[in-house]
Design a protein around this ligand. Structure first.
Ligand code: NCD
Ligand code: ZN
Ligand code: ZN
Length: 343
């Protein structure tokens, strides 16, 4: 196939950040996505309805003229949260709340310690119909970083989904065959997002021939057997898996550092790269479900009505971009050739 037209997709997991960088990140996503689930890990974090509404307005102010792009807002769960915060969030139109185990990832120091203590909040989310989005990694220092997702499933996730059977849970940015298997076997209320980098890369792309800081994200890239399992999951067409880029910008100096930040800024090429992956898998007929239908259906939101057309045509991701601050940033897949292009 040389050309494919799909219903306008949504991005069910990304980081816009805040401040003048929104003038870079929001247009980059709005160029092809109609909606996006906006992660709340700002500093300070988006922990209540008021902060979420103010952040939503700052994002809307950065949407390019003529674009209908809509941000979908989320709350950052902390141990200080009460069920009333969930009620207020629902009233404000917040669609989900994000569980970060404290210290698991970028800007998560203020997050949840002791997941059991969150049960009253989860119960209210279940009642209000707010989705629970989970960064599924344990943080105990003795657990190997490559095992942290699998251990999280066994230590926490099985119990959460068993205790709250009607709570909709999105296992975010899954990276292992264990996670794909868990989601497949779970009830219809459990789904997962998958990033372009976890479909395209494995840990060799991070470590062979020198450390590649721009391929460093969390959960960290795993061995190729896990990458294969994720590719099989999306090629299966299962409605439990949907598009979430986890586009997560960090300036070049913060990535190319002795202690580099985790996150790949993929908004510039994500839809094209997913298309390339589905093409490689001979599964282009499954792209629209993954990119445009499964997420909306799971969130209980209407499917989009517009379309996006992609053509099989080589183009190169820029080596570097300049943020509104003047700082350079290296986009995901920088300098490499992508084989699909938005028409
Ligand atoms: C994300 C970020 O930079 O905010 N980083 C990442 O590596 N994925 C945080 C996250 O999604 O865990
Ligand atoms: Zn995460
Ligand atoms: Zn993320």
């Amino acid at each position: 196939m040389q050309k494919i037209t799909i219903t306008t997709p949504d991005d069910w997991h990304l980081h816009f950040r805040d401040g003048d960088i929104l003038n870079e990140t929001v247009p980059a996503t709005a160029r092809c996505f109609a909606r996006a689930i906006v992660m709340p890990n700002l500093v300070p974090a988006v922990t209540n309805a008021k902060l979420a509404l103010a952040y939503k307005q700052r994002i809307l102010d950065a949407v390019p003229e003529g674009s209908q792009f809509q941000p979908l807002m989320t709350l950052f769960l902390t141990n200080d949260m009460t069920p009333q915060d969930i009620v207020d969030a629902k009233t404000a139109g917040v669609v989900a709340a994000k569980l970060y185990p404290a210290g698991a990832t970028t800007n998560s120091a203020a997050a949840v310690k002791g997941i059991e203590a969150m049960h009253p909040v989860f119960a209210e989310m279940e009642k209000q119909g707010l989705l629970l989005l989970i960064h599924g990694e344990v943080t105990e220092s003795h657990i190997d970083i490559f095992d942290r997702e699998k251990v999280f499933i066994d230590q926490y996730l099985r119990k959460i989904v068993a205790d709250f059977p009607t709570l909709k849970v999105v296992f975010e940015h899954i990276t292992t065959s264990d996670a794909a298997q868990f989601v497949k076997e779970s009830s219809e209320n459990v789904a997962a997002t998958i990033t372009p980098q976890h479909l395209m890369l494995n840990r060799n792309d991070l470590l062979v021939g020198g450390v590649k800081p721009h391929n460093y994200c969390l959960p960290v890239l795993k061995r190729s057997t896990h990458q294969q399992a994720l590719r099989e999951a999306v090629a299966s067409g299962s409605s439990k898996f949907f598009l979430g880029t986890d586009s997560a910008p960090h300036a070049k100096h913060a990535k190319e550092s002795a202690c580099g930040c985790a996150g790949c800024y993929s908004a510039w090429s994500a839809l094209e790269l997913y298309t390339q992956v589905f093409d490689e898998l001979d599964a282009l007929d499954k792209l629209e479900g993954f990119a445009s239908f499964h997420g909306a259906d799971f969130y209980g939101l209407p499917r989009n009505t517009g379309t996006v057309t992609l053509e099989k045509q080589d183009w190169q991701v820029p080596e570097s971009l300049t943020l509104p601050s003047g700082d350079p940033i290296v986009p995901f897949y920088a300098g490499q050739t992508v084989s699909w292009k938005i028409a």
